[in-house]
Design a protein around this ligand. Structure first.
Ligand SMILES: Cc1cc2nc3c(=O)[nH]c(=O)nc-3n(C[C@H](O)[C@H](O)[C@H](O)COP(=O)(O)OP(=O)(O)OC[C@H]3O[C@@H](n4cnc5c(N)ncnc54)[C@H](O)[C@@H]3O)c2cc1C
Length: 497
């Protein structure tokens, strides 16, 4: 049996550093020299929209401006175009996406590629903190999101294009404590009536079949992996083609540097624009009635009151692309989590000419110094200790299947947006947790997925898109049954204790 050189710190210990005094740094825009990720940079033509709309005149007026071109912002454009297409209206709508850097170059273009809904882990925690109904909805939204994305991929027939692998998911428990907590969560979820038929527990002995030389039992559940940028590129193209009643512009390399109220300008000079907001960029400004902040880790730059432990804490994650030392059939096509989710990996589907698969492995934050990368928003840098932990992880868990000392083919970082509750803020921007939205009327957010956005962002973007359109048509918005109430900015204060 080999030793595991990645620190197995308890998640609660790492989380306790979240609020350390003196750790806070000011919010910032995305840096201009990010590290190169496999998803964005492994082939020259992989990001066809990289610099779309970055030159020439800037759109000057829009009904809705979406800030950010990751999975949240682009899903929002997708949902808006679908909703408008299904409405019996002749009105046309103008939607603009503004992106600070290249298309999809934030967390979505730099993540671990897992599209895995939460199963029942943490069920007891959710239940004790928020009640059984909310605990069930925590899982319902993720199943709804993943099912919706899978249906979209199947209907549009681009499974191969995004390298979708529906191979399932394994959670490997590296401590007895972690394993015991998972079993207690399973019992609580079963008692609450959750269907858990597809959950398979794997004993320590049976894990040898997977090449794991480590005393850890495991859990097999459903799960997928894919190429996130390619999914988002598809969503953008669908958004553009749903209906001629919604026009969509994209301006990359156009950071929004500030937002001003046009209401105040209008009070002084009634001939100015009837729009509510003026978005300033280095290329000029754009007037708009609605603003959707899809800026995740960077939310605090435009909304400073949402920066910090009561709002969003930018947090750097690190990923490597490591060549395995054995063929794919020896590694399983599954996506894996270990060490309370600190490490996550999967072997990529084999490409022509490859002997052994490339494995995408993220994590190492439990090794990343006393601040665990909280408040780090520079994805142009690496953390050396996280890098060392990542290099040790797979050779330790699967001796012989990953070679000791082999250097990764690529290494990159990305910035996650963490919240105290680990749940996103979804809905109108409020002045404070108990306040009204009057000061920010027409501004909305869906941010703060806390490192777990792929099975949530698409549906959270649907929520905000449908809220904006309901407001435009002066209709009452109703929450779907799968939405945890605590995600809503307007309801969150009742759950924050
Ligand atoms: C290293 C890493 C690994 C991860 N692994 C996984 C995983 O395997 N599975 C999973 O489910 N989740 C994972 N996540 C989390 C997931 O990637 C995110 O939750 C999700 O991508 C968030 O999407 P988003 O669109 O909200 O944010 P982003 O993709 O970050 O998009 C926000 C965009 O806004 C832009 N922006 C910010 N400020 C401005 C401004 N002022 N003006 C204009 N543009 C602006 C940014 O440049 C960025 O492109 C990981 C994240 C990281 C960083």
């Amino acid at each position: 049996m080999s030793a595991f050189r990645v620190p197995t710190r308890h998640l609660q210990f790492v989380n306790s550093a979240f609020t350390l005094p003196g750790l806070q740094k000011s919010p910032s825009l995305p840096v201009s020299n990010p590290t190169k990720s496999f998803w964005l940079d492994s082939a020259p033509d992989v990001n066809p929209l990289a610099n779309e709309g970055s030159k020439g005149p800037l759109t000057q007026d829009a009904d809705i401006c979406i800030i950010g071109s990751g999975i949240t912002g682009v899903s929002a454009a997708y949902h808006m175009s679908k909703i408008i297409a299904e409405r019996p209206t002749e009105t046309t709508f103008k939607v603009v996406i503004l992106e600070a850097r290249d298309f999809c170059s934030g967390a979505t273009g730099r993540n671990g590629g897992h599209l895995c809904p939460a199963v029942f882990l943490d069920f007891k925690y959710f239940e004790s903190k928020y009640g059984t109904e909310e605990a069930i909805k925590s899982l319902a939204i993720e199943n709804y999101t993943v099912d919706s994305i899978l249906r979209y991929i199947a209907e549009e027939n681009f499974t191969d294009e995004v390298d979708l692998v529906a191979g399932g998911h394994i959670t490997l428990f590296v401590t007895e404590e972690e394993y015991a907590e998972a079993q207690a969560d399973f019992e609580a979820a079963k008692k609450a009536g959750l269907p858990l038929n597809d959950v398979e527990w794997i004993s320590k002995e049976d894990m040898h079949a997977y090449g794991v030389d480590f005393p850890g039992a495991s859990l097999a559940t459903k799960g997928h992996n894919l190429w996130p940028l390619k999914l988002v590129t598809r969503l953008y193209n669908s958004a553009k083609s749903h209906t001629s009643r919604l026009s969509l512009d994209l301006h990359t390399r156009t950071p929004v540097t500030s937002i001003e109220s046009l209401q105040e300008a209008r009070d002084d000079n009634p001939t100015t624009s009837t729009r509510r907001w003026k978005l300033n960029t280095p290329r000029g400004f754009i007037s708009t009635s609605y603003v959707f902040h899809a800026t995740n880790a960077y939310t605090g730059y435009l909304l400073p009151h949402m920066h910090g432990p009561q709002g969003i804490v930018p947090t750097r994650g690190q990923v490597i692309a490591l060549r395995a030392a054995r063929p794919l059939q020896d590694l399983t096509k599954k996506a894996w989590y270990a060490n309370e989710g600190f490490e996550y990996w999967f072997p990529r589907p084999m490409k022509l000419g490859e002997e052994f698969p490339l494995c995408i492995l993220g994590g190492g934050r439990s090794a990343a110094g006393p601040t665990f990368e909280w408040f780090e928003s520079d994805d142009g840098m690496y953390n050396e200790d996280a890098g060392k932990a990542l290099r040790a992880c797979l050779p330790d868990l699967f001796p012989g299947r990953y070679e000791e000392g082999r250097e990764p083919e690529m290494e990159w970082t990305g910035i996650m947006g963490f919240t105290k509750m680990k749940d996103p803020f979804v809905g109108p921007v409020l002045e404070n947790s108990l306040g009204t939205s009057d000061k920010f009327k027409g501004q909305y957010v869906s941010v703060g997925y806390s490192g777990h956005g792929m099975p949530r962002a698409f549906s959270c973007a649907l929520i905000v898109s449908s809220m904006i359109i309901a407001e435009m048509f002066e209709e009452t918005w109703e929450a779907p049954a799968w939405l945890p109430e605590r995600y809503l900015t307007t309801k969150r204060h009742a759950f924050e204790h």
